[in-house]
Design a protein around this ligand. Structure first.
Ligand SMILES: O=C(O)CCC(=O)C(=O)O
Length: 353
């Protein structure tokens, strides 16, 4: 496969989303799963040393699919141990804002920056993305690794808690001057995604209408679109398997709901735009001040963008995991994000499908 067929490109442009099957080989994604497990081991060792977790509750030999959620459920809801472990594992996207437990040096190849960068630079994925955006790509700063916990009830008081993600357009998180730019989210399951375990839902064909009003005010910091403002039509559940990828336009409304299974729904969402989109490559994070005009800023200014593909200057491409992590960590203290003026509201109710 060298990119998308014309029919697939047309489908993406009409529907605002596209499922591409069998992009990744098993090994590339298994390496990320191993990185997650190695980090989980390190976090458990630290909690055991702090006497916040017992050796039995670390479930060392349990399968990747169930282990994290089961450990979380063995801990008291919202206890220090539960919060610490959730924050550690929801913060695997290299912001430098969480002090992760160190992993053994002999496992350094499995550090998340190495295995994740391999996924971000995976040729078959880049061929697909290039057929929509063009040959030169920025890796957008906001990529995430998410573990959606089974039957999550403790509440929404943690930032980016591991349950439902309300209806939104990704553009809603980016600055308004970026709306005309195509930024593609590649949503990549690390376990098979099903309705039962909280797969993604999309509302297709609505992205041409541009940005919809969002609100903020949830403790988990997710923004949302009120149900009465959502475009009409039936949401489509995206049940896809490990190896498949869901592509989303930055204007396509999407959401994901509760995980009612026994499996933690691990996934990654990576984002790409053209080299010409507003970005912070080579920008000093200290140049982000509250006085700076927002139109001069990167689309998501609090995390570092990076060059994925530059056909004229390939030496600018970030290919080394350590370099990748260092570049991201430079932005650890950059918190200036002027937002786009969404109104603060109490959530009306839990979103439904
Ligand atoms: O993974 C999820 O459940 C939600 C992801 C999402 O909303 C996104 O990637 O924009």
């Amino acid at each position: 496969m060298d990119g998308l067929s014309t029919t697939a490109i047309d489908t993406f442009q009409e529907q605002g989303y596209l499922i591409v099957r069998d992009i990744y080989d098993h090994e590339t994604l298994q390496a990320v799963r191993n990185s997650i497990s190695v980090q989980l081991d390190a976090e458990c060792h630290r909690l055991i040393k702090q006497r916040l977790l017992t050796d039995t509750d670390a479930l060392w030999n349990d399968p990747f699919e169930t282990r994290f959620g089961d450990i979380i459920h063995r801990l008291d809801p919202m206890s220090q141990a539960q919060k610490q472990l959730l924050q550690a594992m929801q913060n695997l996207f290299l912001t430098g804002r969480f002090d992760h437990a160190s992993i053994d040096s002999e496992k350094s190849g499995l550090r998340i920056e190495n295995t994740l960068l391999r996924c971000i630079r995976y040729k078959r994925l880049l061929d697909v993305v290039k057929s929509l955006i063009g040959p030169d790509l920025i890796g957008s700063s906001t990529f995430r690794i998410r573990g959606k916990i089974p039957i999550w009830e403790p509440g929404r008081e943690l930032p980016y808690f591991p349950g439902e993600v309300p209806w939104h357009q990704d553009a809603g998180y980016m600055l308004a001057h970026c709306d005309p730019h195509l930024i593609i989210t590649c949503w990549i399951p690390l376990v098979n995604a099903t309705i039962n375990n909280g797969c993604m839902y999309v509302l297709p064909r609505k992205f041409e209408d541009g940005i919809i009003t969002h609100h903020y005010g949830r403790d988990d910091r997710y923004i949302w679109i009120n149900e009465n403002n959502l475009p009409s039509g039936d949401p489509i559940p995206i049940e896809i398997e490990v190896g498949d990828v869901l592509l989303l336009h930055n204007m396509t409304p999407h959401a994901s709901f509760d995980n009612n299974s026994g499996v933690t729904r691990w996934s990654m969402d990576l984002r790409y735009g053209s080299l010409t989109m507003p970005n912070n490559v080579n920008e000093d994070p200290e140049s982000y001040t509250t006085e700076r005009p927002s139109e001069s800023m990167a689309c998501a200014p609090t995390e570092a963008d990076f060059v994925v593909s530059d056909s004229k200057n390939p030496q600018r491409e970030i290919r080394d995991g350590k370099l990748f992590a260092d570049l991201r960590f430079r932005y650890a203290k950059q918190h200036v994000h002027p937002g786009r003026g969404w109104t603060r509201r109490e959530p009306e109710s839990r979103p439904t499908t």
